[in-house]
Design a protein around this ligand. Structure first.
Ligand code: UT7
Length: 385
């Protein structure tokens, strides 16, 4: 039987060091004013020398596992989305699996630039829906500051480091990941590229001299692409979920540029309070941007039980992806995942309350799906007039 995949845990990690626009003014020919007006970024986090993509991921993953009340060995799969792994080989997903103590758990790394986390969620959902996995850890992490040319003002002001993670858990209760849209247009690959140090141009003195081992970006091309694709992907994902835009409680977009987010919001006709923004404090953390934003949205009470959330991203490839997630009961007690098999007498009052809420949520969600075509919110509003 097809299973639903619900988000049962979430966690984030951002390095302690804050790099402000004022500090960047002393490093390259830029200004606080230019960065704020063109991007909305005020500061970003930069990893300490001893930190790596793996160490940041492990912090975020531990927080997500704690929330889900799972041990690392309860996981069936670990998916890590990153474009800045610790090494080309071994895959950073295996390093993370080992550091977490998730003995023998399958792990792989997925590269889809800043879009990677949503690709990861969609992939994890397949393993759960097919009945192959119960608990999948999805991490989005990037330590982009090590791949940025700190002499290139076109890129160095934009990026920051961080990691975010969620646990997806199999459930019989409708909800969780409702739909997703994945896309790629490799013909635009050179708009955001690390030109060398792959097999096409291995590391050499020439690479070092030309600084082609760092990120190069044609900002205007990426900007144009992003403003076109963000709203399109979000609309397609919402349509595929069977919901309508008016049913969406929060949009969590990739945090690359406030102007891109604002344009997407306007195209979608969403009010400002339905869009989550934290690009001002983190800059573009690549694959970590959406999961960090999701965590903060939950922590700030912007995502609540029963909410429908759209996450939409774009990035290197160029790629894009969007997903609609019905958040369901967010207070997780893992044994309740199989609650039908737990004797009622052994449940605490708190656990009973969670079950009651989960059942109500499930019934309400089923009912809303059935009634949606007949009684959409707009339809009801029109009838009242
Ligand atoms: O996750 C995906 C990653 N990438 C993105 O999301 C990037 C998408 N693109 C963007 O966000 C924007 O294109 C940028 C923020 C990168 C640039 O904003 P823009 O409004 O598109 O500026 P522009 O490229 O048109 O450049 C305007 C001017 C140029 O000077 P000239 O040629 O007009 O004399 C740049 O040289 O701004 C100059 N410039 C800067 N000036 C001060 C570029 N970077 C800086 C800087 N400080 N840091």
């Amino acid at each position: 039987m097809t299973k639903y995949s619900r988000i049962t845990g979430w966690g984030k990690y951002a390095p302690e060091k804050v790099l402000t626009n004022q500090e960047l003014e002393k490093m390259v020919d830029t200004s606080n004013e230019w960065i704020i007006t063109r991007t909305g970024i005020r500061e970003r986090r930069i990893a300490a020398p001893e930190e790596t993509t793996a160490t940041m991921s492990v912090e975020a993953a531990r927080a997500a596992l704690d929330k889900a009340q799972l041990r690392p060995t309860d996981l069936d799969l670990i998916i890590v989305a990153t474009s800045s792994p610790d090494h080309f080989l071994p895959a950073v997903s295996s390093t993370i699996q080992d550091m977490l103590g998730a003995k023998d758990v399958g792990a792989f790394t997925l590269v889809a630039g800043c879009t990677g986390f949503v690709y990861g969620l969609a992939t994890a959902h397949q393993f759960i829906a097919n009945g192959n996995c119960e608990n999948v850890l999805v991490i989005g992490a990037d330590l982009i500051s090590r791949f940025v040319d700190w002499e290139d003002r076109n890129t160095c002001v934009l990026f920051g480091d961080g990691a975010g993670a969620v646990v997806l858990t199999a459930s019989d209760m409708p909800g969780g990941v409702l739909s997703f849209v994945l896309g790629s247009d490799g013909s635009l690959g050179d708009a955001l590229i690390v030109p060398a140090i792959g097999c096409k141009e291995p590391f050499s003195q020439k690479v070092l001299n030309e600084r082609t081992h760092y990120i190069r970006m044609d900002g205007r091309r990426v900007f144009k692409f992003a403003t076109r694709i963000m709203s399109k992907a979000a609309v397609e994902a919402v349509k595929a979920s069977g919901l309508s835009l008016s049913d969406i409680d929060l949009l969590i977009p990739h945090q690359a540029n406030l102007r891109i987010i604002e344009l997407a919001r306007r195209h979608l006709g969403l009010p400002e309070d339905k869009v989550f923004i934290n690009v001002d404090r983190y800059g573009n953390t690549s694959a970590a941007s959406i999961p960090i934003a999701l965590c903060e949205a939950i922590e700030e009470g912007r995502v609540n039980e029963g909410d429908n959330v759209v996450m939409v991203g774009f990035g290197g490839g160029l790629t894009w992806a969007a997903t609609v997630v019905h958040m369901g009961v967010m207070e997780t007690l893992p044994r309740l995942v199989a609650w039908r098999f737990v004797p009622v007498g052994s449940l605490s009052f708190e656990e009973m309350k969670v079950i009651a809420r989960a059942t109500m949520d499930s019934l309400a969600f089923k009912a809303s799906a059935l009634l949606l075509p007949l009684y959409s919110k707009t339809g009801l509003r029109r009838r009242r007039k």
